[in-house]
Design a binder for this molecule. Structure first.
Ligand SMILES: *Cc1c(COP(=O)(O)O)cnc(C)c1O
Length: 366
């Protein structure tokens, strides 16, 4: 049996009519950048998140970057980011000229550890960027409390957190700004690159709108040196069609995770994900911890099971950040996770038979 890591073909079937008609309409009108569909999507997504404004941009990385720029983060500033994340979290900080300062992860959620954040605060700290890793929100109350006490910003990297809840509130609406990616494999995926900044701060939203559009205030006037980073109309059509299904698709992922948990519980050497009591987990990624991970990974591949590692090299140990002089041992939890995590196949339209095959294979490989 071959089980793909991700298969969105049935997702497409669900929205096919709406997407095909909407795209044909865009092609016939020949209006491709921003446009009414994009405005509609910004409105719908802001509302979905429980925030006032949304600004569509061309990737999750740009959403993070432009959110930081909108808050005037720049050279001389420090921004605290988890070492346990996709490198784009840190890249966004570097693009502004500020320095990413890494912090360790919590053992139970894999997310940014507030204690580690506290230890990294200096007089230069301008913002904290928690990541809602794999689809479970970070421990936001403690992070927000630290930020409030120090008078610094919180920019959520919600690129894996579409629709996740923290104390009943949506990921992306918890900090000063929430940044999402619509890269095709994310919880809400476009048919190409895309991203969005969500915020209830009007000044921030206005600033981001100018930044994404050459620093423009009107057709011919440019207030500052902006960028070209906009959400395509074509992607907005796809996202408008998919958004109404996001909660349903997340629930399907949650059900799959429960079934995985049931089948994997009790297998020696397998640790299933834990979800903190005050939040949910939408399982954009279903990652288990394994002893002898790399051997098991090879075995699963041989059995036709699509598996990936998110992420084998923590960001503080990436060559790209060698200049910051971190070393192995700086973040023990993150480094242990990097050696042990394995992401199993997860997508809304998975079947129980597929999950059973993955678990049976994993059992045999242990
Ligand atoms: C995907 C991702 C990004 C980057 O998003 P892109 O749209 O690929 O630029 C940033 N942070 C995290 C945590 C991600 O998972």
């Amino acid at each position: 049996m071959n089980i793909p890591f991700i298969d969105f073909s049935q997702q497409y079937q669900t929205v096919k009519d709406k997407v095909d008609t909407g795209l044909k309409d865009v092609f016939e009108r020949g209006a491709f950048i921003l446009g009414q569909e994009e405005k509609n999507f910004e409105e719908a997504f802001a509302k979905y998140c429980g925030a006032k404004y949304a600004v569509g941009v061309n990737s999750g990385t740009d959403a993070l970057y432009l959110a930081l720029k909108s808050l005037h983060v720049g050279p001389g500033d420090e921004v605290i980011v988890p070492a346990m994340t996709f490198i784009a979290t840190a890249l966004a900080v570097s693009y502004t000229g500020a320095t990413p300062v890494f912090a360790d992860a919590e053992e139970h959620t894999f997310n940014l550890d507030p204690q580690s954040v506290k230890a990294k605060i200096t007089s230069k700290t301008k913002a904290i960027m928690p990541v809602h890793l794999y689809g479970q929100t970070a421990t936001m109350d403690q992070i927000l409390a630290i930020a409030k006490e120090k008078g610094i910003f919180v920019v959520e990297d919600s690129c894996q957190g579409h629709g996740a809840l923290y104390k009943g509130k949506r990921a992306g609406s918890l900090g000063d700004a929430g940044c999402f990616s619509f890269y095709p494999t994310k919880g809400l995926g476009a048919f190409g690159d895309g991203g969005i900044i969500v915020t209830s701060n009007k000044e921030l939203a206005d600033q981001a709108k100018m930044l994404r559009d050459y620093g423009r205030t009107d057709r011919y006037a440019h207030k500052f040196i902006g960028y070209n980073s906009r959400l395509d109309t074509v992607q907005a059509v796809v996202l408008n069609a998919k958004l109404p299904y996001l909660d349903e698709w997340n629930q399907m992922r949650i059900d799959h995770a429960a079934y995985y948990g049931k089948l994997l519980k009790g297998i020696k050497g397998v640790v299933i994900p834990t979800v903190a009591a005050d939040r949910n987990h939408v399982y954009q990624t279903y990652a288990v911890r394994l002893t002898h991970r790399d051997k098991v990974l090879e075995g699963l591949k041989e059995k036709g099971v699509g598996v990936l590692i998110h992420y084998p090299i923590p960001v503080h140990l990436q060559e790209a950040y060698a200049n910051l002089k971190y070393k192995k041992g700086d973040f023990p939890v993150t480094e242990r996770l990097a050696d042990e995590v394995l992401s199993l196949p997860m997508f809304p339209h998975m079947t129980n038979a597929q999950i059973e095959y993955v678990c049976e294979s994993l059992k045999n490989c242990m």
